[in-house]
Design a protein around this ligand. Structure first.
Ligand code: ZN
Length: 170
């Protein structure tokens, strides 16, 4: 019997599996996960696994899978995964080796004080640090992804979001 690439990863007793991460999104998802890894959480990361779901219907695409031995349900973590992981990304929560919950994290309608930062140097959120105006972005469009600054209307797209995550580096 052929072993599926997926099955080459050891099962975890409990935690969360991030599945169907397209390869160009994998490194960004890794960065989002990094704070937990630094805290000592154990994770198994497998790259470039053939995936039908990521493919175009005829050909297999390639995905990354993260098996994390801790049940992380932090709101910002999930929000950041939705922002950088692509729409195929699936979260599987595992208890006693079984999937107890499985879903695609939805793009947040509003992002407050998250990884997003306004591009506009004259925006109240970037210009006057002393005023302490916190950033807030509204989801404008899902595909292509566009968020709009609540205060000045400046738009940011997926490329800019990726840059902010890479810059932050967690
Ligand atoms: Zn702004």
């Amino acid at each position: 019997m052929n072993e599926k690439p997926w099955e080459k990863m050891p099962k975890i007793e409990g935690g969360v599996v991030i599945d169907h991460v397209p390869i160009n999104r994998g490194p960004l998802v890794y960065l989002v996960l990094l704070p937990w890894l630094k805290e000592g959480v154990t994770a198994n990361i497998r790259t470039n696994i053939p995936s039908k779901k990521i493919g175009n219907g005829e050909n297999y695409g390639k995905k990354w899978v993260f098996k994390i031995e801790k049940l992380i349900d932090d709101e910002k973590f999930i929000e950041n995964l939705a922002l950088v992981g692509g729409k195929e990304l699936t979260l599987n929560y595992i208890e006693n080796y079984e999937v107890v919950k499985k879903y695609h994290p939805e793009l947040p309608k509003v992002v407050k004080e998250g990884i997003l930062r306004c591009n506009n140097p004259y925006c109240v959120t970037t210009q006057d640090h002393h005023a302490g105006q916190r950033s807030e972005f509204i989801l404008e469009n899902e595909d292509p992804l566009i968020y709009k600054c609540k205060f000045c209307g400046e738009e940011i797209d997926q490329e800019k979001i990726d840059e902010l995550v890479l810059e932050k580096g967690f």
